[in-house]
Design a protein. Structure first.
Length: 366
């Protein structure tokens, strides 16, 4: 069980790191802290004494206690300058293990370790991870943005990173308000390539389903639109459905089902999904509703998730360079740590055609 002094110290430190007590602002007096925590003056003095020694607060004689610039001036631990902070929306799911493996290979070879953070695509979690890694004095950051098309409430923390001089690299997407280099896939051009394939093989009514609270989803939707723009004869036949990462998957599938259970002359002949995870869910839903994939409706995804080639039918998709993207981001960051300039990198994605799609006659009505 933690002592009172340890609990008080942790809570004051938490309030400093999370910005309740801001840098150079005065914190409560010893007497006020005694009242807040209902502990003795000795306990408060021991807690704030440790925080002063560690560089989180400083005293002004006769003027009280203030929050120090703990990012740049705190006492460095033995772990300082040995860890790289990696923050992604997920860690153990989908394509992320391969991305992190690529990062780890380069970082380990350079003699550093990884400190991993998981946001679950929530801004509050992103903020917590960024501040925790700043507190752990990581050498630099590799970050997958959270809900990258929405207004970012954590720009103040990113400004703290900039002011600390620590380099950062974005992966998969980037925040346009921040001038960090990024490593991404050419989502717009890649989705257009997938759509061109379907339209060139007889499909006209293609339902596009895209997650629009992140940049990848919006860019892929733009690729879908551009493909129809270059196929003017069928440009009015497309249909777009948008959803957010916070939406319940069952609600998303129900909306797709509603788009499919229509008269034959209005039914989509193909569905292109934001990613392979969604494509797998859609194939399962269509099977339960009595539709055969691809005989009744073709389905395509994005990312080339490892499982997508083994399920039945295998999913037609665009190949995300998962491990290579991670390696490139890590190489870029280490160069930046060594004071070398690096430009952003965008990977092309190749189309892989599997059994979830098939060509149809231009006169086909379903």
């Amino acid at each position: 069980m933690e002592t009172k002094y340890v609990m008080v110290k942790k809570d004051i430190k938490h309030n400093i790191i999370n910005g309740k007590y801001k840098i150079n602002e005065k914190i409560p007096t010893e007497s006020e802290l005694m009242a807040i925590y209902e502990v003795s003056r000795y306990t408060i003095r021991r807690a704030v004494g440790d925080l002063e020694h560690e560089g989180y607060i400083y005293r002004v004689q006769g003027g009280g206690m203030y929050v120090n610039d703990w990012i740049n001036n705190k006492v460095r631990s033995e772990r300082s300058n040995q860890s790289i902070g990696v923050i992604t929306t997920h860690i153990a799911d989908y394509i992320f293990p391969n991305i992190i493996s690529g990062i780890d290979q380069v970082v380990s070879d350079a003699g550093y370790s990884l400190l991993l953070g998981n946001t679950h695509n929530e801004h509050d979690n992103e903020r917590h991870n960024l501040l925790n890694m700043l507190d752990n004095d990581v050498l630099g950051f590799i970050i997958e943005p959270t809900r990258s098309t929405l207004e970012n409430p954590n720009l103040d923390v990113y400004q703290m990173i900039i002011q600390s001089g620590k380099p950062a690299v974005f992966i998969n997407a980037h925040y346009p308000d921040l001038d960090f280099p990024y490593v991404e896939v050419a989502d717009t051009a890649s989705e257009k390539k997938l759509m061109d394939y379907l339209l060139d093989h007889g499909h006209e009514r293609v339902l596009g389903v895209f997650q629009v609270d992140d940049m990848q989803g919006v860019n892929r939707m733009n690729g879908y639109i551009r493909s129809y723009q270059t196929h003017p004869n069928v440009a009015s036949s497309g249909d777009i459905m948008m959803y957010r990462s916070s939406d319940d998957i069952n609600d998303v599938l129900q909306k797709i089902k509603n788009r499919v259970e229509v008269p034959d002359n209005a039914q989509p002949t193909a569905i292109v999904c934001y990613n392979d995870q969604l494509a797998m869910e859609v194939i399962g839903m269509l099977g339960k509703e009595g539709f055969s994939v691809p005989d009744d409706i073709s389905v395509a995804g994005f990312d080339d998730y490892e499982i997508s080639k083994y399920i039945h039918p295998g999913i037609t998709t665009m190949i995300h360079p998962k491990r290579q993207l991670g390696k490139t981001a890590a190489e870029m960051l280490i160069d930046m740590i060594n004071k070398k300039d690096r430009a952003s990198k965008i990977f092309d994605a190749d189309l892989v055609v599997r059994d979830s799609t098939k060509a149809i006659s231009p006169t086909k009505t379903m």
